[in-house]
Design a protein around this ligand. Structure first.
Ligand SMILES: [Zn+2]
Length: 343
């Protein structure tokens, strides 16, 4: 397939005077060799997605990378420290996320209106710009452009482009971090790439000391974060405050004892004896629909109410989604809301 596409690209290079979409290989550090959509303009590849408006990769804002079309995009392991390799990984990840949003969640583009936001790859923390930044990870050994981290960073864009925006309340921002991990997880499962097999941990390819991932969704306690909702959440650091949300989402999708090589997940004190998951895609749909009910001061109690209403709207009160959404909240110590619909 790659050879045919190369040949087609070569023909188009000779012919094309107006920019045209091409699908070309990128040699990623995280993803192995993958196909990405870029723009062919005369004899150059421009790392701007011709099919997904607003998506591009820049090393120097605001211009997307422009490189001779016969130069490979990225160079795999050799390119461990290459920001061009990171651009290839990044475009692959955000293109998979875009397609996941369309195919699984019914959302049009990252922003819900058919658009996206440019990305920028940087060695050092850069001056602010209206881009999604991927800065070389000082604690790890590479750029944070693996699938779940691309899905996480662009998940923040999904979060802030749903009603209520990103919010400025501490608990709301914590919920935003949890939402970003949910989108990262969905992106990794949708891509289903053997070079980065889908799982329920975040940032496992950063090569952090000790080989640990950044975060676990199935048990935030493994990260030193609260797994259960409690009085500490409103004042907690945002990633820590996200613990109950990512834990809830895992229980909703997979349950507490999923088997099949998937890790068990703890149930907080006072919760149900067990939770049976409704599956990742269905859980993702419930969460996406919940975000349509977001406000700028979203707290966990509001997320619970929104997700129960979303499950009933999507699947009806008799579907297992309704009782499972409630059971999973009970399992992370977020109590029933007074106005909650019955299942
Ligand atoms: Zn984040």
């Amino acid at each position: 397939m790659n050879i045919a596409i190369h040949a087609a690209a070569a023909v188009m290079t000779a012919m094309s005077l107006t920019p045209a979409p091409v699908r070309v290989p990128a040699y990623g550090y995280h993803n192995g060799t993958v196909m990405i959509d870029v723009t062919l303009s005369r004899a150059y590849h421009i790392l701007a997605d011709p099919l997904r408006p607003g998506i591009s990769c820049a090393l120097h804002y605001p211009d997307p990378v422009k490189m001779p079309s016969d130069v490979p995009i990225g160079s795999g392991l050799w390119g461990r420290y290459s920001n061009l390799t990171a651009c290839g990984d990044l475009l692959y990840g955000v293109q998979r996320m875009w397609d996941m949003l369309r195919d699984w969640l019914g959302r049009d583009g990252i922003d819900g209106a058919g658009g996206g936001v440019p990305a920028r790859v940087e060695w050092n923390p850069p001056a602010p710009a209206p881009v999604v930044d991927f800065v070389f990870h000082p604690g790890g050994q590479n750029f944070p452009t693996e699938l779940d981290l691309v899905g996480h960073e662009y998940g923040h864009v999904v979060y802030r482009t749903t009603p209520g925006g990103a919010g400025d309340d501490n608990e709301t921002r914590g919920i935003g971090e949890g939402a970003a991990d949910i989108f990262g997880t969905l992106t990794e499962w949708y891509a289903n790439n053997a070079a980065d097999p889908p799982d329920y941990v975040i940032g496992e390819r950063l090569e952090l000391p000790g080989g640990l991932p950044l975060r676990h969704t199935f048990d935030p306690g493994l990260d030193g974060h609260p797994a259960c909702y409690g009085a500490q959440i409103p004042g907690a650091e945002a990633h820590a405050a996200s613990g109950p949300l990512r834990h809830w989402f895992y229980l909703l999708a997979e349950g507490d004892q999923p088997g099949g090589g998937k890790p068990p997940s703890p149930i907080c004190a006072g919760g149900p004896a067990s939770v049976s998951g409704i599956g990742l895609v269905k859980a993702g749909r419930v969460f996406m629909e919940s975000l349509q009910r977001k406000t700028s001061t979203w707290r966990y109690a509001d997320v619970r109410a929104a997700s129960v209403a979303a499950a009933v709207d999507l699947y009806g009160p008799a579907d297992p989604a309704c009782v499972t959404v409630k059971a999973a909240w009970d399992a992370v110590s977020v109590p029933p809301e007074p106005a909650e619909p019955a299942c």
